[in-house]
Design a protein around this ligand. Structure first.
Ligand SMILES: [Zn+2]
Length: 228
């Protein structure tokens, strides 16, 4: 009888404790699940916030994005004379190295400068800007106009020269020049286009934006910059 009683008590004890034990385990699991849910919710909230930011940026940069797409298309299909032009590396603003090509003779106001060194003449152009200019020049040609470049990419030494001229007023007509390191010619996006002809200027004012070029210096009708 004693053995039976002990067994019975043991069985009762098991019946009582097992559910309690299981419940505890479940509760622990629940807590864990709840924690996980919290973490997931937190992350989801972060994603939503990020999405909002991305959307805002997308709206602001819509215009620029269009230029980038156009640029990519232009690079692939319409580089024309620049598609196979020899690339070289040259240092511009902040010591950054840019990949440039020589400006094609047909695109230079002074074709003889094509043979000069890039440190003696602004006769190079970054590849992306070259492709966009090529497309724009071809379009202008259809309207009977010839677009030519007076100044393309500039090394720091060249910009220093123009800056010194601006300060001393003894060279380059004393024209306004940006402090060395700050000119967008040293980033490969600025071109000084020959606008001696009013018809050329008017055409640019009306059409350059289509090719990603905009005027950025109010006093310089010749200075156009490629936006990427
Ligand atoms: Zn300029």
């Amino acid at each position: 009888m004693r053995v039976a009683t002990v067994l019975l008590l043991a069985l009762l004890a098991m019946l009582c404790f097992v559910p309690v034990f299981s419940q505890e385990v479940d509760m622990e699991n629940e807590v864990t699940e709840y924690d996980e849910e919290m973490s997931l919710e937190d992350e989801t909230t972060e994603f939503v916030e990020l999405d909002d930011e991305v959307e805002e940026e997308a709206t602001l940069e819509e215009e620029e994005t269009e230029f980038v797409e156009e640029e990519l298309e232009v690079s692939k299909t319409n580089c024309g004379v620049y598609a196979k032009a020899k690339r070289s590396k040259i240092r511009g603003n902040g010591g950054t190295t840019y990949t440039v090509v020589k400006i094609n003779r047909a695109h230079l106001t002074n074709p003889s400068s094509a043979s000069l060194s890039p440190t003696a003449s602004d006769n190079t152009i970054t590849v992306g800007t070259a492709c966009a200019f090529n497309t724009m020049a071809a379009a202008a040609k259809k309207s009977g106009l010839r677009l030519t470049i007076n100044s393309g990419f500039r090394t720091l030494a060249r910009q220093q020269y123009f800056w010194n001229c601006y300060v001393s007023k003894k060279c380059n007509g004393g024209n306004l020049a940006a402090r060395p390191g700050t000119s967008n010619h040293g980033r490969g996006v600025a071109l000084d286009i020959n606008v001696a002809s009013g018809a050329v200027y008017n055409w640019l004012a009306k059409n350059a934006r289509k090719y990603g070029f905009i005027r950025t210096v109010p006093t310089e009708r010749w200075h156009w910059e490629k936006r990427y």
